[in-house]
Design a binder for this molecule. Sequence first.
Ligand code: ADP
Length: 492
Amino acid sequence: MKPGLQKFLDVVRLRSLRARIFIILILVGILPNILMEMVIVKTYEIKAVEQRSETVQNQLKILANHLIANEFLENYNPNSPYKLESHEIIEAELDMLSNLYEGRVMIIGKSHRVLLDTYNISEGRTMISEEVVKCFRGENISNYDAEHGYIEMTTPIVNTTDDGDGTVQGVMLTSISDSTISSTMKSLNRNAIAVEIITIVLVVTFSFIVSGMLTRPFERITKAIAELKAGYSNEPISVKSYTETVHISDAFNQLQSRMKTLDDSRKEFVSNVSHELKTPLTSMKVLADSLIAQPDAPAELYREFMGDIASEIDRENSIITDLLALTKMDLNTQEVNISSVNIGDLAEIILKRLRPIARKKDIELTLEEQREVVADVDEVKMSLIMTNLVENAIKYNKEHGTVKVSLDSDIQYFTFIVEDTGCGIPEESLPLIYERFYRVDKSHSREIGGTGLGLAITRSAVLLHRGSISVTSEEGAGSTFTVKIPLTYVGN
Ligand code: ADP
């Protein structure tokens, strides 16, 4: 998929951090604004309706008192050609009121009969609407019908003077237009929409810029990593904008330095292997060339050089065997054949095998078993560990020296200790002796047939058993290697 399309899909699915920040900023910036405007407009509407109803209601109450005082309900006859002057005044007042508020007023008598209607439509009819019935019971009603644009209200006509009994004698049913409220509302809404559009444009622009700024450090990290992809640069990446980017940079730099260490050690290993394998070949080439250069060389010289060539081949062979053993050990997938092994018996067999070499240098080889040790180990690898350590203790020992092997165990581990009276290892070399091809004295080691791989193999085999290996040594006095391995195999 093209990167541009992928980026677009990420934005649509809100997987991009920038898109999320953008949306959050828009929501936070716009929603409260819209809500506030809605609340303000609605509050205005409620308040305006309340105020208008109250004003009209007050005037209606005054009118109601006039009606009582002039016994309008009892004596008024809309069809009579002779009306009382006071009733005509009331009619005029009602007309004025309904003109002023663009509305309609109906006066309903006790028997629910409409006595007067400023629209002159319902006079003489009976009006039994819910509002009127409720008002006769003493409940004042005020309804706002925003859809049709009017406010409807009822006003009881009650005799509140001293000689009145407080009962509702009639009802005024009034409906007035909300034209002023609705025109104010319209202009308020228009202004609110204009403010909203400006806010939306401002907030969207602001969110776009800010979300870009906030995510830019992450883009810088990605770019820096992409630039390093081509090869391992020594330049660590550094984006210090946020704590998070500092953490990402640090983690990446650590990973990069680990990869570099691995790469360096791989290069070093390959160069060491090539060098070690080349040395016997060079010797062989020199020996063969010198024989070719002397066509009439005596048979003894041929035999001697051929013997040398054979030993160089042996050496090449042993390096390759050791390398193969090490490579096998490195592969985590390799099989480990765990079985219950009597470690004491195994040590005895190995010592017996190595005794002839020790005898050549008159070295005393002893085995000391504190207790019988039986452990779950890979027998082949365990004998590799023991052979390498005891062989080294003999190889790097002096004439008439001693090699003491001791075996002990506690509840969890058994320890295998090899102590010699040899040349010892210099302190600065101690951390390096497990490295592949490392030898304290290269020429001496080669002389006695060392490949520099023995301790590397030993350590790998110990680690495979989840054990540990340590060494103490004093130059000229001897070395002690201690191997500690769990009695029960733990596995991966
Ligand atoms: P090598 O095949 O050369 O013996 P090893 O990996 O077994 O390789 O040992 C690495 C180096 O550690 C040896 O070359 C030697 O210098 C040193 N070394 C190992 N064991 C002993 C020991 N018991 N006494 C002194 N030096 C030792």
